[in-house]
Design a protein. Sequence first.
Length: 221
Amino acid sequence: MSERTGNPGPLRVVVADDQAAVREPLAAVLGLSEDIDVVAAAANGAEVLTAVAAGPVDVVLMDLRMPVMDGTEATRRLSEEHPEVAVVVLTTFADDDSILAALSAGARGYLTKNAGRQDIVRAIAAAAAGQSVLDREVQDRLLATVRTKPPEPARPLPEDITPREREVLTLIGQGLPNRAIAEKLFISEATVKTHINNLFAKAGIRDRADAVRRAISAGLA
C-alpha cells in the first residue's frame, strides 16, 4: 500500500454502512474534522467500489454486513484493484470469523461501533499512514483465537532482526497497539512504525495477525 507523504490536505474518506441512520450521522460527524473530507457515502460494497473508482480516495470506513456486496468482499476487491486505498472496518460484529475474514481480505483496521469519534479519526489517519489499528476487544479476541489454534511449526526469525525489532514483535504478540508500544519503549509512534515496517519486510510478515502468530511461534509471546 502506498502511503501519503508530506501534507497533502485532508484524508479523502468513503463511509460505508447500509443503514442511513448510521451512515449519514457518521459522515456528518467525521466531516467536522479538519483532517477528513468525506467524499462519498455508500450503502453497500458495490457502491464503495464505484466511489473509489471515481476517486481519489484514501480510506474506506467499512461496515461488514451490507446487501448486494458485503464489506469483506468489498475489502478483498479493493485490496486487489485499489491497494493504495486503506480499509478500516467499523462494525457491531467482533466475532472471530468476522475479524479474521476482514483482516485476511486486507482490512488495515478493525473497530467496533463502541469506538468514539476520536478513536475513529485516529484509526483513519493511522490506516492512511500504513499502520494497523485494532481496538482492544478485537485485539483480545484475535490473540485468544491465535493462541487456541494448534501451534505452527517453529519459524525462527531472520538473523538480521535487531534487538529493538524483537522487542517490538514481543509487544505486538502481547496485543499492544503502536501507541502502547511507543510508551512502553519510550520512543515515538513514528519510530515504532519504522521498526514494524522493517520487521515485517525482513521476516516476511503480512499483517498484524501474522505478526502475533510469528511472535508465538518464535517463543516471544
